[in-house]
Design a protein around this ligand. Structure first.
Ligand code: BES
Ligand code: MN
Ligand code: ZN
Length: 490
């Protein structure tokens, strides 16, 4: 898809004009001319278009031209949220109507706390997302691919055009990263294995001078003494992988951001086996890995002037005669011993060794991303990712990036009170901390391996994918992490 920014006077007449209408019948942002205002006003008075958020109405015009009205809701509550919601509606209406070129006029609207850069970036992000199709395995005829090939974001002022073009570039790059992330996460566990993820990472480096990828196998993981990581893979016949992907957009001297992603390609719980209902969703347990690989793809696509290293420990968590058992004690790469009281708390066991490994890159910050706990879904639902950190500035930078992108996270406390719940009579620490504050004790476990690092943990168990009728990956939090990386150290 191609994106460009323009003043309303520069829009081609053949483009499907997408015009935003508030629920009082007034136009939000720009329109083509006074005739549009008359048409919209007339339809509103007649009760044919109320301008509620989520409303859309396609009007045929002469000679194959089209006008698409999008409801913006009340002016009083007009916000970033509603603006993004209206863009999403515009995207799906455009795909439905088969337009090949659309000009969105409500990108010219003032939105509280959203500048021209983000207005345009959201437009590109959500237009790209509207084209997304799940890589399904249905044997019937595939629906025709959408024709939408070009989107123009209309700006109100010439001074906004440069920022809008940058926003469109970044939004398009984000679209690339989100698509990769969603594709990987949506694939079933028998396709998206640790080996598959390793190959997907290698594919990223192809034709990309700035990306270097190494994929380590079981023997090398053993040599690194990642006893905690290896304890999780024991029950599986699929070999584990440790993926290391480096994007270098800045000078070599610049310390990288390290992003660590949980890559459990299927989580049965192991010997602490999960209940059957909904277990298929545990194919999404590599969403952290998908997120960090997607973020890397987006950074490369945006040619971002930053250094980012991605570390992905990936394996299956399976029961078998060789699997780790509750009570088993393992030695992590850091030397700390861990009593595995519950084999279903496996994410932290692979992440702790990856955190230790990340020290070799002398990172400026380390952020791990994981579908880590069901407790986080109970605490925050699907709206906010859980954030825990040992560094206030880093936590704030991530929180702000989440706000700016509409991909928010919420910080949870991480004090010694919680790490005390991880005491074990037999090892340095246990891998679970009881029923209370399950999301936080998981974070507290990881914190034991992040001593001296500027580190944050994102629990995306609630945000990475949707359940129910719309089951599938959301591509979160690629947007927030891309924004964080683009603004790091500025
Ligand atoms: N992958 C799960 C967490 C999860 C649960 C993600 C539900 C998405 C939806 C993780 O490995 C897990 O099983 N966590 C346990 C931890 C418990 C044993 C301390 C959990 O949340 O129940
Ligand atoms: Mn588990
Ligand atoms: Zn898991």
């Amino acid at each position: 898809m191609q994106f460009n920014a323009s003043l309303s006077t520069g829009v081609r007449r053949s483009a499907c004009a997408v015009i935003g209408v508030h629920d009082d019948g007034t136009i939000g942002g720009a329109s083509r001319d006074a005739r549009d205002e008359a048409v919209v006003g007339g339809l509103h008075r007649a009760g044919d278009f109320a301008g509620r958020l989520g409303d859309s109405l396609l009007l045929p015009e002469a000679a194959g031209r089209r006008l698409l009205l999008i409801g913006l809701g009340p002016k009083r509550t007009w916000s970033r949220r509603h603006y993004r919601r209206a863009l999403k509606e515009a995207g799906s209406a455009l795909v439905r109507c088969g337009a090949d070129h659309a000009a969105i006029f409500f990108t010219a609207a003032d939105v509280p706390d959203v500048d021209a850069y983000y207005r345009a970036r959201y437009a590109a992000e959500l237009a790209a997302a509207s084209l997304y199709r799940i890589p399904d395995f249905k044997t019937g005829r595939k629906p025709r691919p959408s024709k939408l090939a070009q989107v123009t974001a209309v700006m109100g002022e010439r001074a906004d055009l440069a920022a809008a073009r940058r926003g469109l570039d970044h939004g398009a790059a984000l679209g690339v990263g989100q698509r990769l992330s969603r594709d990987l996460a949506n694939l079933p566990g028998n396709v998206c294995t640790p080996t598959y993820l390793g190959n997907a990472a290698k594919r990223l480096a192809r034709g990309q001078r700035r990306i270097k990828v190494r994929v380590l196998g079981a023997a090398e993981i053993k040599r690194l003494k990642m006893g905690s990581f290896l304890s999780v893979t024991r029950g599986s016949d699929e070999p584990p992988r440790l993926i290391v992907a480096e994007y270098r957009g800045a000078t070599a001297a610049k310390a990288p951001i390290v992003l660590v992603g949980k890559g459990i390609t299927f989580d049965t719980g192991g010997i602490s086996l999960k209940d059957p209902p909904g277990m298929d969703e545990m194919k999404f347990d590599m969403s952290g890995a998908a997120t960090v690989l997607g973020t890397l793809a987006a950074l490369a696509s945006a040619a971002a002037p930053v250094n980012v290293t991605v570390v992905v420990p990936t394996c299956e968590n399976m029961p078998s005669g060789r699997a780790t058992k509750p009570g088993d004690i393992v030695t992590s790469m850091s030397g700390q011993t861990i009593e595995v009281l519950n084999t279903d708390a496996e994410g932290r066991l692979i992440l702790c060794d990856a955190l230790t490994y990340s020290r070799r890159f002398k990172p400026s910050v380390v952020v791990d991303v994981a579908t880590l706990t069901g407790a986080c879904v109970i605490a925050l639902g699907s709206h906010f990712s859980g954030l825990m950190s040992n560094d206030d500035d880093l936590a704030e930078a991530l929180t702000e990036a989440g706000k700016r992108t509409g991909d928010p996270c919420w910080r949870l406390p991480l004090t010694e009170d919680y790490s005390e719940q991880l005491r074990s009579n037999f090892a340095d620490l246990a891998n679970i901390g009881g029923r209370e504050a399950g999301a936080i004790t998981a974070g507290a476990f990881l914190a034991k391996f992040a001593d001296g690092l500027r580190w944050a943990h994102l629990d995306i168990a609630g945000t990475a994918y949707m359940t129910g009728a719309a089951k599938g990956s959301t591509g979160r939090p690629v947007s927030m992490l891309l924004d964080f990386c683009l603004n790091h150290g500025r």
